[in-house]
Write a protein that binds this ligand. Sequence first.
Ligand SMILES: [Zn+2]
Length: 398
Amino acid sequence: MQHKTHIELGNELGIYIMPEEVASGMPIFKKNGFIIREELINLMRKFNKQFNYEEVWTPHAFDIKLWKISGHLAKYKEKMFIFKTKEKKYVLKPMNCPGHCLIYRSEIRSYRDLPIRISEFGTVYRNEQSGEITGLVRVRSITQDDGHIFLREDQIEEEVTNILKTAIKIYEIFDMKDYKINLSTRPEKYIGSLTLWDKATEALKLCLDKLSLKYEIKEGEGAFYGPKIDIDVKDALNRYWQLTTIQLDFNLPRRFKLFYIDEKGKQAVPVMIHRAILGSLERFIGILLEHYEGKLPLWLAPEQIRILPISEKYIEYAKDISSKLHNYRVSTDTTNATLDKKILNAWKHKVPYIIIVGNKEQNTKTITVRDRNNNQKNNITIEEFIKILNEEYKKIVL
Ligand SMILES: [Zn+2]
């Protein structure tokens, strides 16, 4: 059987649109896509909370000066959207890091305060070539589950270890059990000294070795500011996708003149880690749609339950049921279609549960529930159904 692409599924399930002539590479998320984004963000927030991340918001554009300081203007210019007003030049942020450096710099930090972990579900803009744009997996507006950690050199190992463990837990939640880990080293274009590069690379190797994780070394494929660990995860269709990235950076803190006060009361430069676990929400949603063939797990499904009254006589009772399920995303099919047609429609939209209500259900104050695998439970109480839903939700509780 031919598998549908996420582009087809995205259209059928009302996830996003991307009119070529006005929004090439810039997906517009409709209600259903927005719900999925929010659920993924909430999942990441739970993990961030465990590790005391501070969530922040930074603007979408900055004065071009910021990108001179960060070094992006020199090394990344061809991918930056630069625009001019009468007085100044601005850049649509291609990365969230410089904004987070400004936040770090806004207070005096002591060695005791580190690590400082900053998170932002920040949308960045990168001018990818038109030929490279595909559906949600390669776009120009990219929302990263971004995080920057400012820490002491002696904290690198523990921090990177925790990020790796978190990533592996996240893959388990999505039933992605196979992954390839790559350690990328210094590219041709780079900033910073060779000694710093060697130090950073060695620290990453140590973490991977201590966790007994297998990895491949990709010579020369690191970011221009530091070496990195990338994780490519295998989906249900046996394809690998790069999701997680953990990049060590000894350079940006120096460019922004970041410091902390060490034990001796002297200024010392922190190390910075850039990390994203899902990578980008856009790409991750594209992968998920294909991985699950559109049948998203209950907690992610934009429409979780659809109530089907078998005729208009039962619409009132359906409304009653709907109000008792207000903690879930429920809709009611009030069209005049036949029950069979209503069921087919719900399946087409990949709704995890359908509830059928008719005479018997109304009289006995029960419901008939059918899931996507055609398992049916006749005349159960609403409380019993809620129990089933809660059981499914529990699977993703950390
Ligand atoms: Zn960054």
